[in-house]
Design a protein. Structure first.
Length: 97
């Protein structure tokens, strides 16, 4: 696996690429988030644990080092593994990339 960047490096690159903000999201073990959407587009990097992202009729199994992206207002659901998961989310508020 390619070494993960530091949060500061990830944030700096995301802001330089035109994202508005970068957040660290930490989810507990076994958490399930039913289908929902957000008023922002997002590109994220999983940095710990594992999760399943259901979107566009498909389920992705994501682990540390994996990336995912969601469009503005795109419906999706999330399930987190037995150790939970942490990801860094670069957001473009109110717009797609």
């Amino acid at each position: 696996m390619t070494p993960l960047p530091s949060f500061d490096d990830y944030q700096a690159r995301a802001l330089a690429a035109g994202f508005d903000e970068v957040q660290q999201r930490v989810w507990p073990a076994g958490q399930q988030v039913p289908t929902h959407s957000h008023p922002f587009s997002v590109e994220a990097l999983v940095v710990q644990g594992e999760m399943w992202l259901e979107c566009r009729g498909q389920t992705q199994h994501l682990r540390a080092g994996d990336r995912f992206a969601l469009k503005l207002d795109e419906p999706h659901a999330e399930t987190y593994g037995t150790e939970g998961a942490t990801y860094w989310a670069a957001r473009r508020n109110g717009r797609d990339g």
